[in-house]
Unconditional design. Structure first.
Length: 318
């Protein structure tokens, strides 16, 4: 059985990894001393009878293969220890606690709205926290235990100990103001869209990168009139006539979008896949399982992948 000291040692190991192998920054994060962190890591190595840290001239430069193998388990142990404390603090109430979800702006603003409404109606005593970031950040927060779950595109390199549950196919559309010349086109092409100014998020975002990559694959460069990171701001400037915009369809079919026209471009832009990112084989509280079921419902014991926005785009085009 793990002792309290061993839990502390595992926490020190994870902190060193999270602080890019800087023992100094790990010590600051843990409110302790650098020699104290070093001593506890040596004790952990002695207890496990294996080297965990790769060193060069007294500097930690990485993890050994053995440490890489145990790191996901160490994170799960620490997460479960925190969950145990939380359960006891809440008097053992299974319907009370907290749920931290790491996700993107699009999912926080649009996709999750009805899901969280239904979840909150059933679990009013569960405190919800949304952390917003990029796919790599989302996966990192789940791997470190800062977030219970992630929702977004799975990063190219998933940290060890994580798994994904595909749940949404995200469709895209073109939004334009009333009277825009593109509304008269029967079947749009990228070449046709490239003739007109665009409002976009820029290549630093996943959506902007997707748009730029798609045009570049056809040897085209879009005429970008304006960059803006927030989709609501993009819609506002499209309404003002700054240009057209390619956005997730779910973001363009709300009640406040009457000054926009939505054009289906599913033949140009394939849908992207959004997934839940969770720790592998970690026991979870009942309300966490229920949230997963709301996002990715089961049918015949299989998780369902739902299309987001496809019908709305086709209904509003023209």
């Amino acid at each position: 059985m793990l002792t309290a000291m061993t839990l502390q040692q595992l926490k020190y190991l994870c902190a060193i990894v999270d602080e890019d192998f800087s023992i100094t920054r790990a010590a600051v994060k843990l409110h302790t001393s650098q020699p104290g962190v070093s001593k506890q890591l040596r004790l952990l190595e002695d207890e496990l009878d294996v080297k965990l840290l790769m060193r060069h001239r007294n500097r930690v430069i990485g993890l050994t293969d053995e440490a890489q193998a145990i790191l996901p388990t160490a994170r799960r142990i620490l997460k479960e220890a925190d969950t145990l404390k939380q359960i006891l603090a809440e008097g053992g109430d299974p319907a009370r606690g907290q749920l931290v979800i790491a996700t993107t702006h699009v999912h926080a603003r649009y996709t999750l709205t009805p899901i969280l409404r239904a979840f909150k109606a059933r679990y009013p005593r569960v405190a919800l926290t949304l952390m917003q970031g990029k796919p790599g950040e989302i996966a990192h927060w789940v791997s470190t235990g800062e977030a219970d779950l992630g929702l977004g595109a799975a990063p190219a390199h998933l940290p060890p100990g994580l798994t994904t549950i595909p749940c949404f196919r995200m469709h895209h559309c073109l939004i334009v103001p009333p009277g825009h010349p593109l509304l008269g086109q029967k079947r749009l092409t990228l070449k046709t869209i490239a003739r007109y100014p665009l409002v976009t998020t820029g290549a630093q975002s996943r959506l902007g990168h997707l748009i730029a990559e798609r045009f570049a694959s056809h040897g085209l460069r879009p005429d970008v009139a304006m960059h803006a990171m927030d989709l609501e701001i993009i819609k506002q400037y499209v309404q003002m006539g700054f240009g057209a915009a390619i956005v997730p369809t779910i973001a363009a079919t709300g009640r406040g979008d009457r000054g926009l026209r939505v054009i289906d471009i599913s033949h140009i832009f394939e849908p992207t896949l959004a997934s839940l990112i969770v720790q592998d084989d970690i026991p979870t509280r009942s309300y966490v399982e229920h949230f997963i079921d709301l996002v990715a419902p089961r049918r015949n014991n299989l998780r369902q992948i739902r299309d987001v926005g496809l019908g709305s785009a086709r209904a509003s085009g023209g």
